[in-house]
Design a protein around this ligand. Structure first.
Ligand code: EPU
Length: 423
């Protein structure tokens, strides 16, 4: 298992390029199961989650090849309808094969993904959506079993207690594109990753209206064909770089930071006194050399609200604000595993239900800490970069799941970061 050793106190400086979006490309690998023809994906990030997804799609019978850097070819001529527990348990996003198997084969058996460290992650809305399309769905022996022989378009509301569902929308959408008739999904997730998936499906011959909005209309077609699609840049990676620059009082240019995907973060930071400049639509320049960071109040919400996937990183930054900040988690109320680890570095954070109250002006100091999930790991990296002294972050395989070459990119920005293999 690898660890990162970070000697903090270096201001990040220079230019960094954002990789392709993890949460866009994972369902796209599954979408390739909807056709027997070849699908080519470009700008795919080099991540362990991507390799897991490739393994799952391959185990279902598709030919999956990483033909060049960032380019994957998937041809799903003959596929099986069963995604077993041994594969699905490795990564929750593998649930995204449910929709395509249902759409193409009219039957699916996909293991329930199991527990998750960031909190309860039910799939009731995925099931509700498929049922609304006329599928017979049962849970049996830990598997979601779908009989979709009578599937047809339907009208459904896809929201729950916490709002819309990203992978649930992806699943219902990927079944509906091959369901005869018209499907209307109300309260569909509007995340850019869903928009990108819709665009890929349209390029495969799907008929989808309302792309990017909470109301998707899908006119089922008989079959889809192959395609070539370039994945959008990762807005969460872009946001992580922006926050890291601010935390280290650095000056960086982030290329591939699409302004229209980052509105909630940029607005919050500008209100907190951060100077952010835009060059065109996809480059953000952050100069924090003279920053006097004001405290912030942030609430995570479905897109276009503030993303839960940037909450942990923002907490790390809030320890450096001039006053008390509050962050409230409305998507995963228990997603605060980073708090005890940040506290080990000197942060003063108290929990009040789904909120964290963060005392500012804290002098963080390096310490041995443990990564517990992907975004908590990113928060620890940010804290370590800003802290005085040496931090060892253990279990950074969590980071490798979702950030392409983060340590290399950090070194190019001047950070003192070393990856070491633990005994
Ligand atoms: N929910 C339900 N029932 C469902 C599905 C979801 O109640 O059937 C609830 C969840 O418990 C949560 C909320 O709805 O409270 C939103 O969950 P959602 O289904 O949108 O999450 P997801 O699709 O499982 C994706 C990302 C996550 C990201 C969330 C929220 C992928 C592969 N994963 O998960 O990404 O946090 O949306 O934006 O797209 C990450 O990248 O670190 C990550 C965890």
């Amino acid at each position: 298992m690898d660890s990162l050793i970070i000697n903090g106190g270096v201001k990040l400086k220079g230019e960094v390029k954002v990789s392709g979006a993890k949460n866009a490309c994972l369902p796209m690998f599954a979408a390739a199961l909807l056709t027997s023809q070849k699908c080519i994906l470009r700008n795919v990030p080099n991540l362990s989650d991507v390799r897991f997804m490739a393994e799952i799609v391959g185990a279902l019978g598709a030919k999956v090849e990483n033909v060049a850097e960032g380019v994957w070819e998937i041809t799903a001529k003959k596929i099986s309808h069963v995604a077993p527990y041994e594969l699905v348990r490795k990564m929750r996003a593998s649930i995204c094969v449910l929709g395509p198997l249902t759409g193409r084969l009219k039957k699916a058996e996909v293991s329930l993904p199991g527990g998750c460290v960031i909190g309860a992650r039910p799939v009731d809305l995925h099931i509700k959506g498929l049922k609304a399309l006329g599928c017979d769905v049962k849970i049996d022996a830990g598997y979601i079993k779908v009989d979709a022989h009578k599937m047809r378009g339907g009208q459904l509301y896809l929201g729950g207690r916490f709002g819309s569902t990203v992978t649930g929308t992806a699943n219902v959408l990927m079944a509906a594109v091959l369901a005869p008739g018209l499907t209307m999904i109300e309260n569909a997730a509007c995340e850019p990753e869903i928009e990108d998936l819709c665009n890929m499906l349209v390029s495969m011959g799907a008929k989808i209206g309302g792309i990017g909005s909470p109301m998707l209309s899908i006119e089922g077609v008989k079959a889809l064909h192959g395609t070539e699609h370039t994945v959008i840049p990762d807005r969460i990676e872009a946001g992580t770089w922006i926050i890291a620059a601010l935390a280290t009082r650095g000056k960086i240019t982030v290329k591939g930071a699409l302004k229209r995907h980052l509105g909630s973060l940029l607005d919050l930071l500008e209100r907190a006194n951060c100077k952010i400049e835009y060059k065109g639509n996809d480059t953000v320049c952050v100069d924090a050399s003279r920053l006097k960071l004001r405290p912030m109040e942030a609430v995570t919400l479905p897109y276009p609200g503030f993303p839960t996937d940037l909450q942990a990183q923002l907490c790390a930054l809030m320890t450096m604000a001039d006053g008390i900040s509050i962050v409230t988690e409305r998507i995963y109320p228990e997603r605060f595993m980073h708090v005890p680890e940040l506290s080990r570095m000197g942060a003063e954070i108290s929990r009040e239900g789904p909120s964290a109250i963060i005392v500012g002006n804290t002098k963080l100091s390096g310490a041995p800490v443990m990564a517990s999930d992907l975004r908590a790991s990113a928060a620890l990296v940010i804290a370590a970069l800003a802290a005085k002294g040496r931090t060892k972050i253990q279990r950074i395989y969590h980071l490798d799941r979702g950030y392409d070459s983060m340590d290399k990119k950090l070194r190019r920005l001047g950070a003192d970061v070393l990856r070491v293999r633990d005994e």
